[in-house]
Ligand binder design. Structure first.
Ligand code: VGL
Ligand code: ZN
Length: 190
């Protein structure tokens, strides 16, 4: 069991329409994590919701003529419906939203990359972060590994995340565990 304490933080990564069914870059079974995430929220005093928040000429878009390294369909364009949080996810009025990859030239998978997330966590004396959301093999993985780099203890809650390429899931979990991220399920929390 893991006892959640009052400085622990839940980081909910990129649960946005474009990553869910009907979106431009759908993660298989993304909807299955909404209920677990809604139920997890009550354990935590501090919730951080990250958003992939790209300009419409972002370098990661494969149809962008100005960059050749783009490898994704256009997704999560700032202020578009696809960038909105999934409508069934609970978002408290006092929630903190962390926008990332907001400029055309730079991509950022980690919610720590180019944001003030680490500063905000330190200000609240947070030592441990619990990471959930989309997608396990990209932004969730990068966020958990970056949490370690920033000196936090990191957990990934398996039943509250899904991979965009499910065949990568086992390898990602092995990589996270080898790096020192703890893998748990919602039922392990009290
Ligand atoms: C993500 C691909 C491109 C993610 C973001 O949130 O995991 N994946 N941009
Ligand atoms: Zn993106």
């Amino acid at each position: 069991m893991v006892n959640v304490n009052d400085t622990d933080a839940l980081i909910i990564v990129d649960v946005q329409n474009d990553f869910c069914s009907g979106g431009s870059l759908p993660v298989p079974d993304a909807e299955l994590i909404i209920d677990p995430i809604n139920r997890l929220q009550r354990f935590f005093d501090y919730l951080y919701f990250s958003r992939d928040w790209h300009p419409n000429d972002h370098c990661s878009f494969r149809d962008n003529p100005h960059f050749d390294e783009g490898c994704w369909p256009s997704h999560c364009v700032q202020n578009s419906p696809g960038a909105e949080f999934h409508g069934d996810m609970r978002i408290p009025v006092d929630a903190t939203i962390i926008d990332k990859a907001t400029t055309a030239e730079k991509d950022a998978y980690s919610a720590f990359d180019g944001t003030d997330l680490s500063t905000r966590l330190e200000r609240r004396k947070t030592k441990r972060v619990f990471v959930v959301g989309l997608a396990l093999d990209f932004c969730v993985k990068a966020t958990a590994l970056d949490a370690l780099q920033n000196g936090f203890k990191a957990f990934v809650i398996r039943n509250a995340t899904r991979a965009v390429f499910p065949e990568n899931e086992a390898a990602v979990y092995a990589e996270l565990q080898a790096a020192g991220v703890e893998l748990i399920d919602s039922e392990d929390l009290s």
